[in-house]
Design a protein around this ligand. Sequence first.
Ligand code: RP5
Ligand code: MG
Ligand code: MG
Length: 271
Amino acid sequence: MLTHFKCRFGVYPRSNVERYFVPDDKVSWDVEYKDYTPQNYTSPAIKGKPWADPEIGSPNFKPIWNDDDGNVDRKSHMGVYKILDGYPLNPVGRTGIHGRGTLGRWGPNHAADPIVTKWKIDKNNKKILQFIAIKRRDTGEWALPGGMVDPGEKAATTAMREFQEEALNSLEAMQDEKEAWRVKLKDFFRTGIEIYSGYVDDPRNTDNAWMETVAYNFHDDTGFIVGQFNLNAGDDAIGVCWVDITPDINLYASHKDIVNSVLQRHLESKK
Ligand code: RP5
Ligand code: MG
Ligand code: MG
């Protein structure tokens, strides 16, 4: 059974709201938890933002759950989620907080993550798989350079766009520089393989709003193409570098599981 940890304990990010204690055996909504009275928290910072939903119950807000709602995708990769008293329920279970915290959407908030990989040869001639990680401005943790899928955008497009924004700082690049990358990156980004689609154990998740992602691996076996990248942190990243993938790697949210499944795939294909 899938469970979550990073969105279950302590104080909610960028707030002083403490999550209600949820023991392991009370995560599932199917298990009764009579005393469960979590605080209701929606960050004032998201209210009225064009990318955020209105409050549930607002006169003009008639969300279509579990379906395409205009160009907002309210479907979950986890199957059909339940609605309780008008509020979508986190498909993994209780998080100790009601509301949607800092997340813009009620229900699933869709992201995409690129895992750009190459081999490194160490001093013993052993091949070690490396990926491009960014350091997040919000938590200071190392993470995949992913981001939110814009309404109507394809997840694969988001993965490429976010890679360029966060790992190459495309938002601040000159037009001719961007054009040169576009030509170089176009073919490389066509090689993407979908590795994962589903729930992310993100610290921002709540009982009524959660992160989901589609992760793509872009692998450069010779390292020749990605070796030419001029890594430069941009947008919500404050650092970027190549990182060895090891089973005990420590990353933001559940990104460790995603990069380890990429490692497994490459190790199996070497056999
Ligand atoms: C994670 O948050 C996703 O896997 C993705 O990496 C990221 C998207 O959110 P922002 O980076 O835009 O904050 O859950
Ligand atoms: Mg971003
Ligand atoms: Mg991001």
